[in-house]
Design a protein around this ligand. Structure first.
Ligand SMILES: O=C(O)C1=C[C@@H](OP(=O)(O)O)[C@@H](O)[C@H](O)C1
Ligand SMILES: C=C(OP(=O)(O)O)C(=O)O
Length: 446
């Protein structure tokens, strides 16, 4: 388990042009949901392309602990679900490791079952706010029997005999909160409504519909989404091909943009419009990214991305774009370190409650490597140095955060001096193949 392992430092050095073709692992959001919905549904769910990162594997373990059967044959994961409303009380605490998505969505899923469930995680997960999902679940009748101060993990939930449907307006842009309430709605008689003023990734809505849930989405004249789910319907097992994770693709993508002369192709990347903010921003910065062979696969848009070394220029990234690239700001900040002029990113409040306080982790990592930047309350501005001269030479504190670790290894591929990180272990939570994939493209990381 990464969070129990000894720290494993790593270093990246200025690299020759990156070349070749690669496939990043399956999308993390879709992978978590495939295990959860498959574990809940009647019949069999077959999954290919699943992300076998630690976060997702823990969701699989949790579903097994509540009665799902999960096996792997060749490249295919096969789940025999518990059937609707038939989750069992787990005999031991569910350990979600580093995973916000796995833990928060599972709280929604089981919080309204008439049983007790205990959630534990690593030091990063224990520091993250859980009130955002516990509050609406309390309104539905759930009790929090035990928690650490401020509604933090470890915590024990107890569901009601019969849950009450609610109408809930999500107060922050969070797909995890939206999803937790919708999943609680699955085991609640009547119609549960989630009102989403700012659209976030829509995998829960799309996939629940695909599994046969009675769910409808209406967007009103102000652009506010009203998502209604009827409880206690039937979910039926599905066949799912998980597309490549655009958040993981961001690392080789930015690496190829900043290493002069690079020319790489990343195949089969999810292009769901709720996830493409980084691509758009990098294109606005002058990044040479071609979207090749756009197609639809299993209800999702996917494409291959050809990326070439580029002369980037700073841009202003509007706050409204944040939900479509929320996990990509650390690596965008790395691209900005090599752009001509200033890149200003706004609307970053949610970055403070990820695996680490990403806003300060990024600013501190950039400063430790000579990059000129300013951290605001909810903004970051970076003034780049296109030739990378004078940059690098620092060691970055990753704070148990996989995206901080990968982003700063990418930084070191184009800085004059090497960049080190204090611990590469957490990379395994979302992108176990990262080191091998980057080295295969020619990156000097070790
Ligand atoms: O629903 C999901 O799969 C996710 C939602 C986002 O979190 P928030 O809902 O906290 O923004 C994102 O950061 C996370 O990596 C995955
Ligand atoms: C925020 C992330 O994940 P989670 O919230 O699932 O821990 C992430 O992967 O960047």
């Amino acid at each position: 388990m990464a969070h129990d392992a000894k720290p494993h430092p790593a270093t990246a050095r200025r690299s020759p042009a990156l070349t070749g073709t690669a496939r990043v692992p399956g999308d993390k959001s879709i992978s978590h949901r495939s295990f959860m919905f498959g574990g809940l549904a009647s019949g069999e769910t077959r999954i290919t392309g699943l992300l076998e990162g630690e976060d997702v594997m823990r969701t699989g373990e949790a579903m097994k602990a509540m009665g799902a059967h999960i096996t792997k044959t060749g490249d295919e994961w096969v789940i025999r679900g518990t059937g609707n409303g038939a989750l069992l009380q787990p005999q031991a605490p569910l350990d979600f490791g580093n995973a916000g998505t796995g833990s928060r969505l599972t709280m929604g899923l089981v919080g309204v079952y008439d049983m007790e469930t205990t959630f534990v995680g690593d030091a990063s997960l224990q520091s993250r706010p859980m009130a955002r999902v516990l509050d609406p679940l309390r309104e539905m009748g759930m009790q929090v029997l035990k928690s650490s101060p401020g509604d933090r993990m470890p915590l024990t939930l107890r569901g009601p005999k019969v849950a009450a449907p609610i109408s809930y307006r999500v107060p922050m842009a969070s797909a995890q909160v939206k999803s937790a309430v919708l999943l609680a709605g699955l085991n609640t008689p009547g119609v549960t409504t989630v009102i989403e003023p700012v659209m976030t990734r829509d995998h829960t809505e799309k996939m629940l519909k695909g599994f046969g849930a009675n769910l409808e989405v209406e967007t009103d004249s102000l652009g506010v989404r009203h998502i209604r789910i009827e409880g206690q319907g039937r979910l039926t097992g599905q066949t799912i091909a998980v597309p490549g994770d655009p958040s993981s693709a961001g690392f080789p993508l930015v690496a190829a943009l900043i290493v002069p002369g690079s020319d790489i192709t990343i195949e089969n990347v999810l292009m769901n419009p709720t996830r493409t903010g980084l691509l758009l921003t990098l294109q606005e910065m002058g990044g040479r990214i071609e979207i090749l062979n756009p197609r639809n696969a299993g209800g999702e848009d996917v494409a291959d991305l050809r990326v070439r070394g580029s002369e980037l220029r700073g841009v202003k990234v509007p706050a409204e774009r944040a939900p479509s690239m929320i996990d990509e700001y650390p690596v965008l900040a790395v691209a900005a370190a090599f752009a001509e002029g200033e890149t200003l990113m706004e609307g970053l409040d949610e970055l403070r409650v990820k695996e680490s306080d990403r806003l300060s982790a990024v600013a501190n990592g950039l400063k430790a490597n000579g990059v000129d930047c300013t951290e605001g309350e909810a903004s970051l501005s970076v003034r780049g140095r296109p030739d990378g001269k004078g940059l690098g030479g620092g060691t970055v504190a990753t704070h148990l955060d996989h995206r901080i670790a990968m982003s700063f290894l990418v930084l070191g591929l184009a800085t004059e001096k090497p960049v080190s990180i204090d611990d590469a272990n957490m990379i395994a939570t979302s992108f176990p193949e990262f080191m091998g994939l980057m080295k295969g493209l020619g990156a000097a990381i070790g």
